[in-house]
Design a protein around this ligand. Structure first.
Ligand SMILES: [Mg+2]
Length: 150
């Protein structure tokens, strides 16, 4: 039988590092059930593509049911949503740290939508997005005479 105890040290005693149990005095010395779930595999362009197309065709429609311009227009729509949030940030619509934190979380979602649609647009046209990003990044590095490359 395991004698693993909760580990509160990583979160400054707010939750167990392994199982996520919230700290309370009565559970302080209880046995930990261990990891609540294995960590997900690392996110790569290849994994995003595989899961993205699979989810698209499972939950929405075939990838080729949309024309390339429909995919890029969807991406532009998400870009607009992200820009709308930063517009509001810039004009002071989020005056305190809590509303700004909420807006930042919403911005993260919109930026994620942009990446997800960019990948679907690339998939629709048979573009390897990871390789395209590498080539374009390095092209700009060369243009700017930077040695920093992917
Ligand atoms: Mg969105």
């Amino acid at each position: 039988m395991s004698t693993l105890r909760h580990d509160w040290t990583a979160s400054n005693q707010t939750e167990c590092y392994r199982c996520g149990t919230a700290w309370r005095p009565e559970v302080d010395n209880e046995q930990c059930s261990g990891w609540k779930a294995p960590p997900p595999p690392p996110l790569t362009f290849e994994r995003l593509r595989a899961v993205n197309v699979l989810r698209c065709e499972d939950a929405f429609h075939k990838l080729n049911a949309w024309l390339p311009e429909q995919w890029t227009n969807a991406m532009a729509g998400e870009t607009g949503e992200a820009c709308n949030i930063t517009k509001k940030m810039g004009r002071g619509d989020y005056p305190d740290e809590y509303s700004m934190a909420d807006a930042t979380r919403e911005l993260a979602k919109e930026l994620a939508d942009v990446v997800i649609y960019a990948d679907l647009a690339a998939a629709r046209l048979g573009i390897d997005l990871g390789e395209a990003v590498r080539q374009k990044f390095n092209e700009v590095s060369d243009r700017r005479k930077s040695k920093i490359k992917l």
